[in-house]
Structures are given as structure tokens and as C-alpha cells.
Design a protein around this ligand. Structure first.
Ligand SMILES: Nc1ncnc2c1ncn2[C@@H]1O[C@H](COP(=O)(O)OP(=O)(O)OP(=O)(O)O)[C@@H](O)[C@H]1O
Ligand SMILES: Nc1ncnc2c1ncn2[C@@H]1O[C@H](COP(=O)(O)OP(=O)(O)OP(=O)(O)O)[C@@H](O)[C@H]1O
Ligand SMILES: [Mg+2]
Ligand SMILES: [Mg+2]
Lengths: 227, 227
């Protein structure tokens, strides 16, 4: 469902060039559950942002469900992305003046096909699944770090996307809550969702079916997890 | 050096009251290295914010170096806090339009006693200690999540505070970089700094000398780590 060929991403910083991604060839079949690990700065978020159509590569190709993403028109980008992906951002990206519930409902604003049913109910259900049934009306600054992270997770699932891209979704969670999140991802994966999780936590990675290691902007290792 | 008595913190949310802290009695001697653990929402950040004079309790007393903090005048609060504490925030709180180097120099603006020497040099040194010597001129949005976290750590150390309060300082760091941060904290502790680290990571907690467990706004356990 996802295929990248020789993907690179570079940033010009005055005199130096930062090579965030260098020649990344990455293939993902539908219904995979993949953990991406690697040192801080190795290019994981950069890769995830390109996969989620939030950023464009400096060179190379990205082919999603058989179509080259570079051929999408400007107007097609956002609806296409909102329909295909649920994204958990490394820094949550919640709207500050909006309650947890309204933040989670937001992707459903785009759901014009009405695939998901009543937005408010779907949002409440998603929040309950991450243990925040009693925090729905809190603003982000009235939530703990781990609660904000879980709102971001609920928002990623609410429109039942085909692909979830989660950037360090348990960095602010205790061991038990992290395990709950991974169990939830495993259930969603069994129901057909393709899931890519960037993580620093080996216990999270062990719950995936495949582990991809990144280093200095390259894919350094790619292994099936033995059951 | 730190003593709290019957500290409570509550928030009125319409009809309900959220009890973030309930009757917390917490004592810290100088030069301790303490890990605070507990489930998401158990009150760890709330406690740390009160200890760092960033927030006031709803009731109870906080005595810092023998003086009740409630007796500080409005004008004394900020300079007192900036001189005593280095704070690593759970969400980093970096200034977005300011480079990593300038963000780290910021606490030294308050250092009128000139205790630390040249601000720019101290800031460069702190950034090198966390492995960001080659990222000094990047803006926060040009840094990875873990790099931003390390800028926040460098900023907390730069003015050589007596007490460091670190709220989940390794949540976005890989295992090896996390271990480097903890080694750094252990060195600073041997040099006389009192350090309190909120963490979800058992490997970080094992590097501390004492582990405090929180649950539902209370201290649930408090144990010396056997060497
Ligand atoms: N301003 C606020 N208004 C209402 N409730 C709040 C506010 N700030 C925090 N809370 C609530 O207080 C509880 C404790 O919050 P705190 O941030 O201390 O948790 P924590 O232990 O740091 O959690 P985490 O590990 O997720 O960071 C949470 O359940 C949170 O929802
Ligand atoms: N806009 C930018 N301009 C310049 N350099 C950038 C920019 N964005 C990212 N970088 C650099 O690219 C590298 C890769 O960043 P990326 O965010 O992908 O890392 P990461 O693997 O997600 O790290 P972490 O685990 O710390 O989140 C980093 O070294 C970062 O400094
Ligand atoms: Mg990242
Ligand atoms: Mg917290």
C-alpha cells in the first residue's frame, strides 16, 4: 500500500546541509503493524511526515495505493490525506482553545461521506477507549501530558482511517497505559488497519510484527518479529 | 531542603472537582537524586510545578530551604525561582522564534550576580553536553522531538541551579541518549545538585537513589534504591 523509492529530504542551513533522509526505499503491505526505531535525529518523524502527506521529499518517489503522490493536485492533498490517514503527532498538535472532545471530533468535519456516523458519539467512544471518558470537556492545558497524548491518539482513530501513523504515541505514558495503547493498536490492526508506530520503547516495538531501524537518515535494519 | 505538608491542589470543573494532589507530605534533603513515578494523571507534574514555584497549592504548606514559600512577595517570586531551580518541562516550552542557543542562554539573562560567567559560552557548553553542538542555530521547529527535549535539558542546567526539576526528560529519547542524560544527571548530583526526575521509564528510575510512587494525587510509596 506504501512504497517509497530513493526518498531524500535535505535542509539548507546557511552553509551546511542537513540530510534528514538519504535514499530511503521502504515498502509496506496493507495490514502490517510496523515499529520504526532509531536514535534521536535519525529521520523517523521526517519519514512519517512524508508518508502522511504532511511534507514533500527533496527527491525520490512516494507511491501510495499505486498512485504517485506527487501527481496529486493542490486541492486534492488535504481531503485525500484526511481520508487515508490518522496521525498521532510527536508534539500532539491539539487546538489549545478547544476541549478534548472537540479536538477529537475535528477529523470528522471532513467526513462528508458520512462513513463514521454521528461525530459526537464517535469522538466520545474514541476518548473512552483511551481511558479519558471523564476528561472530555477539559481544555488541553487542563490535562496532564499523558492525557494530551491520549487525546491525540483518540483523534487519530476516530475517522477509522486505513493507515495510522503514530509518532512516539507512548512517550508520556506509564508502562501500563502504554501497554493499553499497544493492545488497542493490535486490535485495530487485526480489524484491518495498517499501522506504523515510531517508538523508542523496545516493549512497544515487541508488540509489532516488523521492526525497522533508522540511522542517520537511512534504513539500517528491517526484520520480521519472531512471534 | 524541600518540605511539603498536607499539600493539596484541586480544580473546579463546572460541577465536579478534580483533586490533582491530596495531602502530600514530601521531604527532600540536599543532594538527593529522586525519581517520581506513577500513572498518567496521578499528579506528578502538578507536584513538580508547585515545588518549582510555578504554581500554588490550594492548601497546605511548602517550605523551601527553611522558608515558607507562601511568604514570598509577588516581586520576589520570579528571581527567587530562577536562581534556585532549573526546570525541564514535560512539553519543553522553548521559545519558537529563538534558536536553540538563545533558548539555552535565556536563564542567564537573570544571572545578575554573574555567577556563571559568559552566557554564550555557558550555553554552548550545555548544548554540547547533551550532544547538540551541531544544532545550536536551529530554531525549535528545525529540530527533532528528542533534540527539542535536549535543548530544554541544557537550558535547565545552564545557570548551575541548586535544584533541578525534570518532568519526563527522556520521553522522546532513544535508550542510548536517555542513558547519557541520566549519566549527566548523576554527575551533576555528585557535584552537589539536588535532582528530582519525573519519569515513566524504570531504567531511568533505577539510576536514582530514591523512588517515590504517586497514585491518584497521593504519595503511594517511597523507597531507597538498593545499590
Ligand atoms: N488546569 C487543570 N484543570 C483541571 N484539571 C487539571 C488541570 N491540570 C491538571 N489537571 C488534572 O489533574 C490530574 C493530574 O495532572 P498531572 O499533570 O499532575 O498528571 P501527571 O501525573 O503529570 O500525568 P502524566 O504522566 O500524564 O504527565 C490530571 O488528571 C489532569 O487531568
Ligand atoms: N526544518 C528543519 N530544518 C533543518 N533541520 C531539520 C529540520 N527538521 C528536522 N531537521 C533535522 O533533521 C534530523 C531528523 O529529524 P527527525 O525529526 O526526523 O528526527 P527523529 O528521528 O524523529 O528524532 P526524535 O527521535 O528525536 O524525534 C534532525 O537531526 C533534525 O535536526
Ligand atoms: Mg521524531
Ligand atoms: Mg505530567
Amino acid at each position: 500500500v506504501i512504497e517509497t523509492r530513493r526518498l531524500t529530504k535535505s535542509y539548507q542551513m546557511g552553509e551546511t546541509i542537513v540530510h534528514a533522509l538519504r535514499d530511503v526505499d521502504f515498502m509496506v503491505e496493507t495490514e502490517e503493524l510496523i515499529a520504526v526505531m532509531g536514535a534521536s535525529g535519525s529521520g523517523k518523524s521526517t519519514l512519517l511526515n512524508i508518508l502522511g502527506c504532511l511534507d514533500k521529499p527533496s527527491s525520490g518517489e512516494y507511491i501510495l495505493e499505486g498512485k504517485p503522490v506527487s501527481e496529486l493536485g493542490k486541492k486534492e492533498y488535504a481531503p485525500f490525506r484526511n481520508e487515508k490517514f490518522g496521525f498521532v503527532f510527536q508534539s500532539f498538535n491539539l487546538l489549545p482553545r478547544t476541549s478534548a472532545l472537540e479536538n477529537v471530533e475535528l477529523p470528522l468535519v471532513y467526513d462528508r461521506a458520512g462513513r463514521v456516523g454521528k461525530p459526537r458519539r464517535a469522538a466520545e467512544e474514541a476518548l473512552r477507549r483511551v481511558g479519558l471518558g471523564d476528561r472530555m470537556h477539559h481544555m488541553p492545558n487542563q490535562l496532564s501530558g499523558g492525557e494530551q497524548q491520549r487525546v491525540a491518539i483518540a483523534r487519530a482513530l476516530v475517522n477509522n482511517p486505513a493507515i495510522i501513523l503514530a509518532d512516539e504515541p507512548t512517550g508520556n505514558l506509564d508502562t501500563s497505559t502504554s501497554a493499553d495503547v499497544m493492545t488497542l493498536f493490535q486490535e485495530l490492526n487485526r480489524d484491518g488497519m495498517t499501522i506504523i508506530v515510531v517508538t523508542h520503547d523496545p516493549e512497544i516495538a515487541e508488540c509489532a510484527k516488523r521492526i525497522v531501524l533508522m540511522r542517520d537518515g537511512r534504513i539500517h535494519g528491517d526484520n520480521q518479529v519472531s512471534a
